[in-house]
Write a protein that binds this ligand. Sequence first.
Ligand SMILES: [Zn+2]
Length: 115
Amino acid sequence: MISGIGNIYADEALWRARLHGTRPTETLRRAEVAAILDGAREVMTQALGEGGTSFDALYVNVNGESGYFDRALYVYGREGLPCARCGSPIRREEFMNRSSFSCPRCQPVPRRARP
Ligand SMILES: [Zn+2]
């Protein structure tokens, strides 16, 4: 479900939705899907409001000294730092050939999907 969203936006949207990235899409309830989409929209709206003109430009800034990513990211690149919501240390996982950042308490790893 999140494959069409950039890593940063996916991680941030999932944190806002309080969902873990490995949740199989088919197990998501309608309200959870809505929460992810709301989270993604919120992240992107905020990013653009901070002066970004394209998502490509925002990516470039990740490795630079951009103010946006310093101020507005809750999980991406924050391994070991406290979650803004509950204070638990943010975890980093390898997920689909990339690093994914999430909160272990707000975004518990899902149980295996029912067959
Ligand atoms: Zn948390």
